[in-house]
Design a protein around this ligand. Structure first.
Ligand SMILES: [Zn+2]
Length: 78
């Protein structure tokens, strides 16, 4: 884990501690992504909890390519 990976800001909204724990490894991987085009990491993500382990993720990234990559890692269900 490098220092840059710690820089991604994660905000949780109505997400249980259990689901946060389950998501942690996936979010760490998303934090290590770098955009192939802009060499930027993911800036921030907000996770909105829903019912039955589902959640919505809202990403702040340099472009949709990186957002798609990050979303594919984290997916939308714990
Ligand atoms: Zn980019």
């Amino acid at each position: 884990m490098n220092a840059m990976a710690e820089a991604m800001k994660i905000t949780y909204r109505e997400l249980s501690v259990t689901l946060r724990e389950r998501l942690r490894e996936r979010l760490e991987r998303a934090a290590q992504l770098r955009c192939a085009e802009h060499s930027q990491p993911v800036v921030a993500v907000t996770i909105h909890g829903r019912e039955n382990g589902w959640f919505d993720s809202v990403w702040t990234t340099c472009c949709t390519t990186l957002e798609t990559q990050a979303g594919a890692i984290v997916k939308s269900r714990c």
